[in-house]
Design a protein around this ligand. Structure first.
Ligand SMILES: [Zn+2]
Ligand SMILES: [Zn+2]
Length: 311
């Protein structure tokens, strides 16, 4: 992106992006944690409840929503009383790569490492590995710096007017418990996306995300506290400040691009308004998660979660 982004274009692209819409559907902390547990083999209501310490009512609501979105399929396993197990569908399974990226991010930057499987083992090559983001076309591993973004607002995707989004409150006491949740919530990921698209000033971010200034102030302060943004005086105008991505927020990019692509391919069946291209091979960028050891694409049944003692 150039130094000064076209703010109206960025706003329209973000608000009609599949990312923005997908995060409304699955971007809350519980849905992400339910998915992670499902990929670890959890199926029964009580097992989700015990594992995640999630309020029963919330769990019931989230499972229902995930069934409606065809990410989980209920299957009766006991008749009296009626009990259902929740099985991942093909659409739910397609979030596997994105979910692996949340595991990776949490391992590197998060605070609840202890609750996660200690490591991932790729059964195909037999090695412990870290997942990598790679280009489907050329197979090379990719970071956000290897991509250019073209913005083409898709008129078939509705505009997100900003008002209706579910906004978890951020408080200091939340910090300790909501870990992955707080950092990967919808607002955080949208602010990171705005920064990826070149927005660095407070008023730019407020404009493209239509966030009220008081709310944005709180969000930015929380993100600076959590190490997701750094803040510095603007070199051209010392009275202004710029917000910059950090290693931990840059590392959210694989998750962002995989969720966005999942929503395009499996939910909306529409191209996103934000279209990345891989500079090196020149092809439209289709993200894949690959094994950092053998570079093969990762598939759910080829990965073992090792729960052995963390080093
Ligand atoms: Zn490529
Ligand atoms: Zn491998």
């Amino acid at each position: 992106m150039s130094e000064t982004p076209d703010l109206d274009l960025v706003r329209d692209a973000l608000s009609t992006s599949t990312l923005s819409h997908a995060l409304k559907l699955i971007g809350d902390r519980w849905t992400m944690q339910i998915l992670m547990a499902a990929f670890l083999g959890v199926k029964r209501f009580d097992d989700f409840q015990t594992r995640l310490a999630i309020p029963r009512r919330t769990l019931s609501d989230r499972l229902k929503a995930m069934v409606q979105m065809d990410m989980l399929r209920p299957r009766l396993y006991q008749e009296r009383p009626e009990r259902y197990g929740y099985h991942l569908t093909a659409k739910g399974m397609a979030l596997y790569e994105a979910t692996l990226m949340t595991w990776d991010w949490e391992h590197r930057f998060g605070e609840n490492r202890i609750e996660l499987p200690a490591r991932l083992v790729h059964k195909t090559c037999g090695h412990a590995f870290l997942p990598q983001l790679a280009c489907e076309s050329c197979g090379e591993s990719v970071t956000m710096r290897d991509l250019t973004m073209t913005l083409r607002p898709n008129p078939r995707l509705p505009h997100d007017t900003g008002g209706a989004m579910r906004t978890p409150k951020v408080t200091v006491s939340d910090g300790a418990m909501s870990h992955l949740a707080l950092r990967m919530d919808r607002w955080t990921l949208m602010i990171v996306s705005a920064a990826v698209l070149g927005c660095r000033h407070f008023d730019q971010i407020a404009h493209v995300l239509r966030i009220s200034p008081p709310l944005l102030s709180r969000r930015l302060a929380a993100m600076v506290d959590a190490g997701l943004l750094s803040v510095a005086p603007d070199r051209e105008d010392r009275r202004r400040r710029v917000y910059l991505l950090t290693p931990s927020s840059r590392a959210l990019f694989p998750y962002i691009v995989l969720v966005s692509t999942w929503a395009s391919e499996h939910h909306f069946h529409e191209p996103s308004s934000i279209r990345p291209r891989h500079k090196a091979c020149g092809k439209p960028f289709l993200p894949r998660a690959t094994c950092g050891h053998c570079h093969e694409r990762l598939r759910a049944w080829d990965v073992r979660f090792d729960t052995g003692e963390a080093a």
